[in-house]
Structure formats: C-alpha cells, structure tokens
Design a protein around this ligand. Structure first.
Ligand code: S3P
Length: 166
C-alpha cells in the first residue's frame, strides 16, 4: 500500500480521519504538526511567535522531504502545507493526496473553542474563515487527487469514501 496524504483547511477533520484510516486499514500514521511540536519542544503558537510563519513552513518542507521514503503511511498535514509548491510536488511523489473539504460554518463549529491556531486569531468568525478558505482553495484543489466533502458525514463513512475513491 502506498501513502495517503491528508490535506485541508484547519478544522476539516484531518487528524481524526487520519487516525481512523490508519487503524482501520492497518497503516502507520504521521501527523506533521504533532511531529514538529515534539521535535521543537514548542507549541505551534510558540513557534509562530518566536520564529515566524516562514520558519514553520520550512520545518514542514524539511519534514515532508524526510517522509518521502515512507510506505503504507497516512500523513496528516497542517492546513497550510499545500501552500508551498515544493511541498505539493513532494506530496504527489509520496502517494495519493486527499483533500478534506468542509463549509466555513462547519469549520467554525470545530475550531471555535480552540486557541491553538495562530492564523485564526482575530478571524474566528464566518467572514474570516470564508475569506481565508477561498484564498487557499485553488492551491488545495491543485494539490488534491481526490476531494471529499465532509459536512454531516461520519468518520467511518468518510474513510470508506476515501478508500473507494483511491
Ligand atoms: C495552519 C494549520 C495548522 C497548523 C498551523 C498553520 C494553516 O494545522 O499547521 O497552525 O496554515 O492552515 P491544522 O490544519 O491541523 O489546524
């Protein structure tokens, strides 16, 4: 089995879906945000505050380069990973890229009680989320082999749809 790379806007369920996919289909799992936090010994917000967004993006790129040699792994990416063309090229070489899509209302519902996402600071409302999502969507779509709409679907149903489409 090749790799499955999960991308999508913040709050589209990448981590949850990746966990379920990996356990149900006996695959390894890597969450890039989690791995970066572990290695740096800092939270995502702290990394952004201390070193800035570009530094974080470079950590993402370096990690993806390292992950190219993996097999049978679900790689759950941060919401901004497909914004760098270099990252998209690596993802496409690595395996099937699956975009999880959700409406801004559903994203807002999922992120409203969390403060861990620096890029949503001051933007945690429908207008802010819609604007950032629309700005990023062309990049997400260009990176994706498969697009899955997730609103009102169970985690199990989403995983089955991913496997069917792959
Ligand atoms: C980001 C998404 C976050 C995290 C960082 C930047 C983004 O990951 O990588 O806060 O630019 O969309 P999640 O999508 O897992 O929240």
């Amino acid at each position: 089995m090749g790799n499955i790379i999960i991308i999508g806007f913040m709050g589209t369920g990448k981590t949850t879906i990746s966990k379920k996919l990996s356990s149900r289909y006996k695959m390894e799992i890597i969450d890039t945000d989690r791995m970066i936090v572990q290695r740096e010994g800092l939270s995502i917000s702290e990394i952004f505050e201390k070193y800035g967004e570009e530094y974080f993006r470079t950590l993402e790129t370096n990690l993806l380069i390292e992950l190219q040699s993996r097999h049978n792994t679900v790689i759950s990416c941060g919401g901004g990973t497909p914004l760098r063309e270099q990252n998209v090229a690596i993802m496409k070489k690595c395996g099937k890229v699956v975009l999880l899509d959700a409406t801004p209302a559903m994203v807002l519902e999922r992120v409203k009680n969390s403060d861990s996402r620096p890029l949503l600071r001051g933007r945690k409302n429908l207008e802010g989320i819609t604007e950032l999502m629309e700005q990023r969507m062309p990049r997400y779509k260009a990176a994706a082999d498969i697009v899955i709409q997730t609103d009102h679907k169970t985690v199990g149903a989403i995983c089955e749809e991913i496997m069917k489409k792959i």
